[in-house]
Design a protein around this ligand. Structure first.
Ligand code: ADP
Ligand code: MG
Length: 266
């Protein structure tokens, strides 16, 4: 379904060769249809860059991004949004705060159409939105006309998630999408994520700084360090994997730096 071939990305913001930062170092990765992959790794290990390369936000220096056999390495970001769903860390990013829940959802519904096309509300859409929002159990189905900017961070992330999956994406990309939420709300949004992903068997990549969540969710786990994949565990092997083993893996490789956040959340 998704294949990354020899992906390399180096950043140099200052122009000084000493400031070169290798964000991705010759990444090779194949993800099968229906896989739910969790990614962990210390700060700056390249997790977000990996997702950004897939989403077309960042173009790799070298290598190829292939989706369902088509090379999309140079396809602009807006052309990928037709088949990608994305939720990032910041609740204010995925939705338009000054628009209502219904307007936001109507836009998400039409993401595969030209933005310039006039769009109106379709009655059947409204029913569909209400159904989808009811699944959240947050009472948002009664607040279709409310501005999204008035929602809490957790409610907003839940709406963004529903929007990202309204038109079932080929691939769902989640970049620490619950990191800015309090633990209880984070759990609600994660449970919801898990339900949506498993019910619709959406191929998903979820970055998390929480080792427990990386183990609990998904059927494959990757660990990144210094732009390289240093651990790739699937299926039964992943089910048996423990926090202690992950920590041992970290400790064995003294080059792997644990972020404070990860230590706190183990
Ligand atoms: P992570 O998400 O694992 O914390 P990132 O992918 O954000 O890591 O970053 C990997 C490395 O690339 C870091 O050294 C970071 O400073 C650098 N980097 C990422 N994005 C940029 C950017 N837009 N400009 C300059 N450096 C960047
Ligand atoms: Mg990141």
């Amino acid at each position: 379904m998704l294949e990354l071939k020899n992906i390399t990305k180096t950043f140099n913001t200052t122009g000084n060769p000493l400031d070169l930062r290798v964000a991705l170092d010759n990444i090779n990765l194949k993800i099968n249809k229906g896989e739910f992959v969790t990614i962990i790794g210390g700060n700056g290990s390249g997790k977000s860059t990996l997702l950004n390369v897939i989403a077309g936000v960042v173009l790799p220096d070298e290598g190829e991004v292939i989706i369902e056999g088509t090379n999309i390495t140079n396809l602009p970001e807006h052309k990928r949004s037709k088949f990608l769903g994305r939720v990032c860390q910041d609740p204010s990013q995925g939705t338009a705060g000054n628009m209502s829940i219904e307007e936001n959802m109507a836009l998400a519904m039409r993401r595969d159409q030209k933005k310039t096309l006039k769009w109106g509300f379709v009655k059947s859409d409204r029913k569909y939105f209400i159904n989808k929002l009811s699944e959240l159990n947050l009472g948002l189905e009664d607040r279709l006309n409310q501005k999204v900017g008035l929602l809490s961070g957790g409610q907003r992330q839940a709406v963004t998630l529903i929007m990202a999956t309204l038109k079932e994406p080929k691939l769902l990309l989640l970049d620490e999408h619950t990191a800015a939420l309090d633990p209880k709300t984070a759990l609600t949004v994660l449970t919801l994520t898990n339900d949506i992903v498993s019910n619709h068997e959406i191929t998903t990549i979820m970055i998390t700084h929480n080792m427990r969540d990386a183990l609990k969710y998904g059927n494959r786990l990757l660990m990144l360090n210094n732009g390289k994949i240093v651990l790739d565990v699937k299926g039964e092997e992943k089910k048996k994997l423990t926090i202690e083993q992950l920590l041992t893996k970290f400790e064995m490789d003294e080059n792997i730096e644990l972020s404070d956040k990860m230590l706190l959340s183990k």
